[in-house]
Design a protein around this ligand. Structure first.
Ligand code: FAD
Length: 475
């Protein structure tokens, strides 16, 4: 790796990740060719020639450090993110959120890149992979000839075009009076990745390889009586869903249907699908419940669980309202809601090495949403990290990975942690479930939510500061 010439790095895509990556490489003294296809070629979602274009909302989400998105932004600032600096400069009033004037923001990013002495901004569509060190940051709508080339390079079926994300709930907010732990038929499984029968309809649900060590018996089964189930199905049927974008065809795999599509097909379809109770004996009654919602560990710390087979297009407030009808989740703290949308990403945990390099072609790096993160700021963070790692390697001193206690580290772990053989990789955005738990104050049985968050945040900021000081004292 260190034998590469340091002459020039190619960054493909001037979106959130590519803009940040190009800037970080250039600031480290590397010469960068940043290749952006706009305005020659526009994706169905991009509308301006600007780099750093926000394709939808103009909000980079909360700036409150006590929230996952706020914490990541603080970490990005501490690392000297150019994208976040431009966002701060073009902030518009939006309460606790960091929302921006999208044109001012995009213009500022474009100007910084275009004027940087180490960056050459080339406006053309790239159709082939360059031979030298390259960071690919072509985003969720990567397609055309380059998409084909990448697919081939990945070895066929390792690039995904839709994600189906199941909601995630904080473990300590599950009411175990209405739930019990058990595997179906009491069977133990060596790895969660092997535990998913196709008929569970959970292909594509969020699976974090970090949970591989948990036995299947660690599923939590939330029970519903007949009345509760019927009311739940009616609420799902009446719930408001998010409309697909024009360029998204709502085509679903039968094994991965959204719950609202199943509910629409008939009252009992969910009860014979992801909510089926067979083989799950409730120790309180000695019988199978009428219906269950199964929760599966989302991380190795067992602090977060995902709702098995609950991919959905229900709007977020609707998910909050309707899922509260599941008695064990009446007061659930949601770490992430479910979604299904067009999203091109690669099977990063299997194909990429520790510096986001394609194992079969290490000069090729990935960044941004392509790596399996969701969101503007997450993509930016992956652009920054990918660039820092590449720059460090080119200088002959690989970068220590970010601490797992930070949001940088949590995202890094999500992208790189090994998965079970049948565990389909699904993207994530930042949430507190990515971080290891903090110790409970001595003598307490239940953690106060606010105190828990405060401790997670303080630890993350301190650890990230120490890491940045160690790997990049100038930031
Ligand atoms: C329709 C839609 C709406 C979204 N809304 C939000 C939202 O509201 N909030 C949020 O946080 N996230 C949202 N996302 C998800 C995600 O955060 C953004 O897509 C984010 O911009 C991803 O960053 P990126 O750098 O990976 O890709 P992008 O920002 O999309 O950047 C990719 C760049 O690569 C260029 N490119 C592509 N192919 C080539 C090629 N062959 N040659 C040269 N250049 C090329 C593109 O023109 C583009 O500029 C949305 C995604 C989509 C698809």
């Amino acid at each position: 790796m260190t034998s590469w010439s340091e002459s020039e790095v190619t960054v493909v895509g001037g979106g959130m990740a590519g803009s940040e990556a190009a800037w970080q490489l250039a600031e480290r003294g590397l010469r960068v060719a940043l290749i952006e296809q706009k305005p020659v070629e526009m994706s169905p979602a991009h509308q301006t020639p600007l780099c750093g274009e926000l394709v939808c909302s103009n909000s980079l989400r909360s700036d409150d450090v006590a929230t996952p998105a706020g914490l990541l932004k603080h970490e990005l600032r501490a690392a000297g993110s150019m994208v976040i600096a431009c966002a701060d400069q073009h902030r518009v009033p939006a309460g606790a959120a960091l929302a921006v004037d999208r044109f001012g923001f995009g213009r500022a990013i474009t100007a910084r890149l275009a004027l940087h002495p180490n960056i050459r901004l080339e406006r053309r569509r790239l159709d082939e992979l360059p031979a030298g060190p390259t960071i690919l940051a072509t985003g969720p709508l990567t397609g055309g000839p380059l998409g084909e080339v990448i697919r081939r390079e990945l070895g066929g079926d390792r690039m995904y075009f839709y994600d189906a994300i199941a909601p995630i709930v904080s473990a300590d907010s599950i009411d175990m009076d209405h739930a019990f732990k058990s595997s179906r038929w009491g069977k133990e499984s060596p790895a969660l990745g092997d535990a998913a029968p196709a008929s569970d309809g959970e292909a594509g649900e969020a699976g974090d390889g970090a949970a591989l060590a948990a036995p299947e018996g660690d599923y939590i089964n939330c029970t519903l009586s007949k009345d509760q189930y019927v009311a739940f199905v009616e609420a799902v049927n009446a719930g408001r869903t998010v409309m697909p974008h024009e360029f998204e065809e709502p085509r679903y795999f039968e094994s991965c249907l959204p719950i609202e599509v199943m509910a629409e097909r008939g009252r009992d379809v969910l009860r014979f699908g992801p909510m089926r109770p067979v083989g799950l004996t409730d120790p309180k009654t000695g019988r199978w419940p009428y219906a269950v919602v199964q929760l599966r560990p989302e991380n190795r710390y067992l602090t977060a669980y995902n709702l098995v087979g609950f991919q959905t297009r229900l709007a977020y407030p609707e998910q909050q309202r309707i899922f509260a009808m599941i008695p064990a989740l009446a007061n659930a703290e949601w770490l992430r809601f479910g979604s299904i949308h067009r999203n091109t990403y690669v099977d990063a945990p299997r194909l990429l090495g520790p510096a986001f390099e394609l194992k079969s072609r290490p000069a090729l790096r990935f960044a941004g949403l392509l790596t399996g993160v969701e969101g503007y700021i997450e993509s930016t963070a992956m652009g920054l990290l990918s660039a820092w790692m590449l720059a460090a390697e080119l200088r002959g001193a690989p970068l220590p990975v970010p601490p797992p206690t930070t949001m940088f580290g949590g995202l890094y772990h999500h992208v790189t942690a090994p998965r079970g053989p049948k565990d389909r990789y699904a993207p994530t955005n930042v949430n507190f479930g990515l971080l290891p738990p903090v110790d409970m104050p001595p003598g307490q049985k239940k953690f106060d939510k606010a105190v828990k968050k405060q401790r997670l945040v303080e630890r993350a900021l301190a650890d990230q500061r120490a890491w940045v000081d160690a790997v990049c004292p100038a930031a």
